[in-house]
Design a protein around this ligand. Structure first.
Ligand code: BG6
Length: 506
């Protein structure tokens, strides 16, 4: 934003409103205002992202970062803590006394109670010479309305302010609408950037390049050629001390409502006319999801909850034994869904979505499974033809693999075997430096580019579908089934539509 504005300024003829704006900007500096500056997300992701961008010279000149939270710290104490945080979570190659000192010189801190009007007056005073302001709300969503209302009251909701909202925005469609209405009464939709960090992941963006910068895939990207699509986000971590948040959310709200539906939408959407049209196309996919309700919820969904088990030989507690746990909780820590998109392109193709905590292996991938050849001309057990698969792996490595059937070298008969055409990001681009997904998204928000952020209508279409599943679970009396920590999740998931090549053994 500031950069774009300053470029405009350097080209401006010194007359009219632009001139006035340029004069104002010349005396001000851009600011990122971070609410929740001492929280877990800020420590692990946001501050390290800003630090990396600083080290790469990608932050706008003069940008300052003002952290706020309830913690009664002085700016000096906060910087000391931040120094330790960055040494712990920052990329090793960026850590040096000089880099840290330069970055910390951009950083300030203000203890602030988001319910206190007086504290917001102090905030406004601290931002007296701020130009463009990017407010990042990394707090509980229950505070969003109060923060926005106070920001307006102290004159910090003008056209120079953009707002990044962290998930979860609401707990269901109704609460999401309440938040959106309240925030939307203060900020225009084009000032609001709803962040889903999955959209900042390199391979997710590469999915757009794969689909729309190659002519190879589009003719076969439909129900005629594709048998199923599987999207898996399997985590080995548990709930990481976030019991009260997680128990209220569960896997469906924590992972499916946002990250998994975003991945699904990117795989399934129609080609947009340009990048700005991506959000229009994604929302159409979400609105075409076949509702899941009491009638089909047993066939199309499966919820699980981890019980005690072991991961790589280390004993792990069950969900109900985690710190802060309430013994009778029926929150799901695993969910599998067979989703259908009712449109011409995807009629009848199951999208099998699966995510869970404390599974045996961490991997996030999208598998597009093509239909088998209509007729096999080869004979014998060694010549069985398997479906081609396009595997887009996001984690732990970033790779794209196309599995093709090949003949094994040899003179006797034909022995077939799937062989992978492998594109590893690290090998192809000679770097194994992984960027934090937030880096790209912060930069986009600074530059006013909202393509990779979630629009209100997308959010609401996702909630509507998720609410249907929750209601279906209640009406059908479904409860999560137990699975052992360290396993591949409930085995029954393997019998669900679209669950081809299901990992029964972890
Ligand atoms: C967050 C969820 O949005 O995504 C966490 O709240 C989850 O529960 C995390 O662990 C997964 O993100 P990533 O990038 O590690 O796959």
């Amino acid at each position: 934003m500031a950069r774009a504005s300053l470029i405009a300024c350097s080209r401006a003829i010194a007359v009219g409103p632009l001139e006035e704006r340029c004069l104002t900007l010349a005396m001000t500096h851009p600011v990122i205002l971070l609410f929740g500056a001492t929280g877990d997300l800020a420590k692990r992701m946001l501050w390290p992202s800003l630090f990396h961008l600083h080290c790469d010279g990608l932050l706008p000149e003069g940008l300052r970062v003002l952290g706020t939270s309830r913690s009664l710290l002085t700016a000096g104490d906060f910087r000391l803590e931040l120094d330790a945080t960055l040494r712990r979570f920052g990329h090793a190659e960026d850590i040096s006394d000089l880099n840290l000192a330069e970055f910390l010189a951009r950083v300030d801190y203000l203890a602030l109670d988001v319910e206190s009007a007086t504290d917001f007056q102090s905030l406004a005073a601290a931002l007296a010479d701020a130009g463009e302001i990017l407010c990042y709300l990394s707090t509980s969503p229950s505070l969003y309305t109060a923060i926005c209302t106070h920001l307006r009251a102290v004159g910090l909701a003008g056209a120079n302010v953009r707002l990044i909202l962290e998930k979860p925005i609401g707990h269901d469609l109704a609460s999401s609408r309440r938040i959106s209405d309240a925030v939307g009464a203060i900020f225009a939709e084009d000032q609001i950037y709803r962040i889903d960090h999955y959209l900042g992941k390199e391979t997710v963006q590469n999915l757009l390049a794969l689909r729309f910068a190659n002519s190879l895939f589009e003719p076969v990207w439909n129900a005629a050629a594709i048998e199923s699509v599987q999207i898996t986000i399997a985590e080995t971590v548990g709930i990481e001390g976030r019991w009260s948040y997680y128990d209220d959310a569960g896997a469906l709200r924590d992972m499916v409502q946002n990250h998994m539906l975003q991945l699904l939408a990117l795989v399934a959407m129609e080609p947009p006319a340009n990048l700005a049209g991506v959000r229009d196309e994604k929302v159409k996919v979400l609105q075409s999801l076949r509702p899941i309700n009491a009638g089909n919820v047993r066939r199309q969904t499966l919820a699980g909850q981890y019980a005690a088990g072991a991961l790589a030989g280390t004993p792990m507690p069950g969900y109900l034994e985690e710190d802060g746990a309430v013994a009778r909780s029926t929150t799901e820590t695993y969910v599998a869904l067979s989703a259908y998109i009712d449109n011409w392109r995807w009629k009848g193709v199951p999208f099998f979505l699966q995510t869970g905590k404390r599974l045996g292996r961490r991997h996030t991938e999208i598998v597009v499974r093509f239909r088998e050849v209509p007729h096999n001309i080869f004979e014998g057990a060694q010549a069985a033809v398997q479906s081609n698969r396009l595997v887009i792996r996001l984690q732990p490595e970033e790779t794209i693999t196309l599995e093709l059937m090949n003949k094994q070298p040899g003179l006797y008969g034909v022995q077939l075997q799937p062989v992978a055409l492998n594109l590893s990001m690290a090998d192809a681009f000679g770097t194994d430096r992984r960027r934090i997904a937030y880096e790209r998204l912060l930069l986009d928000a600074l530059n006013g580019n909202s393509t990779l952020f979630v629009r209100r209508d997308e959010l609401e279409a996702a909630w509507l579908w998720i609410d249907g599943i929750h209601t279906g679970w209640v009406q059908a009396g479904m409860r999560p089934v137990p699975y052992a920590a360290g396993s591949a999740g409930p085995v029954d998931a393997c019998d669900m539509p679209g669950a081809a090549n299901c990992d029964r053994n972890g």
